[in-house]
Structures are given as C-alpha cells and as structure tokens.
Unconditional design. Structure first.
Length: 288
C-alpha cells in the first residue's frame, strides 16, 4: 500500500482580476497548485519518527529553557509560517519561539525525507489565465484533483502494479470534502476523461494536518512548485532539490516530466516547464 499525501498552494478562486469598490481593477493570484507525495507503508514508521523526534526535541528544549509546553499537535509546520515571520508569530506559538537555525533544521528534516524514504512527487499547476468555461472554486479544485489522480494511477500501474494507493488530505471544509469524495467515487466507477483508476482505493482520507507530517510535507512541496512557476524560476532552490523526486515514466520521452502537469495545455507555462526541465537536466545531471 502507498499513501499519497495531498495539499495545495495558491488560491482556488478562478478569477484572475478583481474590481475594488472605487472601480479600479487589480490582479488576483493566477495559479493554483495541488501536490501529492507518496510514501510506501513500510517507510511510514521511519518517516514519522524522524520528523516527530526533531519536533519533540525542540519542544523539550523550549520547556526546559522557557517553561513552555507544546505537544505534537502544536508543532505543525506550514510553508507560510516558515517563510513569513509576521504570520508565524501570529499563528504558531511553537515556531515563533524557535531560532532561525532551528527553523532551518526543521525544514531540512522534512525535505530530506523525499530522498531518504524514496518518495515520489506529483503536482498539477492550474494556470487560471487560460481556463475555458464556467469554473467556480469547486470545479477548479475537482479538475486539479482528477489530473493529480491520473498522475498517481499512471505511476502505480507502471511502477507498482501489485500495490494500491490511498489519498490523504487535510480536513478543511465539510462541503468540499463531500463533493470531492463523490467525485472520487465516480472516478472509481467510471474512470476519468482519459484514465481508469484501478489502483486507487476507498475514498480520500481526510485528516487534521496538525497531526500529519505527510500532509505538512505536501504543503511545503506544493509551495515550492507554486513559487517556481509564479516567478518562472525553475532553479528556485527548494524546487530544484525536489525535481529528482518527480515521477518520470519510462514509457514516455525523456524530455517529459510525467509527475508535473500544467493545465490547460494552452498555458505558456507548459513551454516554461519543458524548457526548465531540459536545461536543469543538462546543467545538473547528477541530480537525476
């Protein structure tokens, strides 16, 4: 069994422009990113223990030095909290009390798991500037989820045909969870637009991200993809470190990064991704 931890970055709002009360027009976030990281069941214990042990060591230090009590649920890590001090100070008492070196160590132990636990990354980048039809935030999220499931199904069918996968996501909204579960059930019965789903079981499992290091890692990875595509910088440091973990099929051409899907195909980010992948493979072949 493979676990696929899923999280997002960017906005589900399909609109790329807004209008203020005074009539002026402003730009909205044009990207939405949904990312999954895989974990084989036998690797789960090592993955969980390594991350949780670092968190608990830091919590013990804070208790000893500052007489502050934190349990694991208080030690959640989110990309915005790591990156933005103001948000971190307002929303995470645990991270607020950590030094810059401790925050860097915590981030590093998360990303190290990708290689150490042989994890595979899958992501869908939705460029809202090129969407056709009547998308609302529900349809946008469901389309990204369908495309992500396709990547996962291709991977399991090719690399682990005797195994099944279960999707694990943050429990954020009851209505969205229900809609996504119904969509998931239809995929299992009828397949997607281009793919039958024979290896993905049950409904998505929704959990509290405070208790899931896997969902927290997916959040960190999703932001790295978002940042690379927002800034059109394929060599953004954390994103570049992830590239060797993306799913690459032996059934397709080597210039294609199968675990990374840009939608819709008319987006100029499709060309950006292909060019960036090719250039990085040429300049840093040892990464792959």
């Amino acid at each position: 069994m493979y676990f696929f931890y899923v999280d997002e970055s960017g906005s589900r709002d399909p609109e790329v422009q807004g209008v203020r009360k005074d009539g002026t027009v402003f730009a909205k976030d044009p990207l939405y990113v949904l990312t999954a990281v895989s974990l084989f069941e036998k690797q789960w214990f090592h993955f969980e223990r390594e991350i949780s042990n670092v968190k608990l060591e830091m919590a013990d230090d804070l208790k000893r030095v500052k007489q502050l009590d934190f349990d694991l649920a208080d030690c959640e890590v989110k990309s915005t909290w790591l990156r933005i001090k103001k948000v971190r100070d307002e929303e995470s008492l645990f991270l607020k009390e950590l030094s810059a070196d401790s925050i860097a160590k915590l981030s590093e132990v998360f990303f190290r798991q990708l290689a150490d636990r042989h994890m595979t990354v899958f992501t869908v980048v939705v460029d809202k500037r090129f969407l056709h039809g009547n998308y609302d935030h529900h349809k946008l999220h469901q389309k990204a989820y369908e495309l992500l499931l396709e990547r996962i199904e291709y991977y399991l069918d090719e690399c682990h045909p005797k195994h099944h996968g279960i999707v694990i996501m943050d429990d954020t909204d009851r209505t969205i969870n229900r809609e996504l579960s119904m969509k998931h059930a239809r995929f299992q019965r009828e397949g997607g637009q281009y793919q039958q789903f024979d290896h993905i079981v049950e409904y998505p499992f929704f959990t509290d991200s405070r208790l899931s290091n896997g969902v927290q890692l997916a959040d960190l990875c999703s932001y790295n993809v978002y940042r690379a595509f927002r800034d059109k910088d394929f060599q953004y440091g954390y994103f570049a470190k992830m590239l060797g973990c993306f799913y690459c099929s032996t059934r397709t051409t080597q210039d294609k990064l199968d675990g990374l899907k840009v939608y819709p195909p008319e987006s100029d980010l499709v060309g950006f991704a292909k060019a960036g992948w090719g250039a990085l493979k040429t300049s840093q072949p040892t990464l792959f």
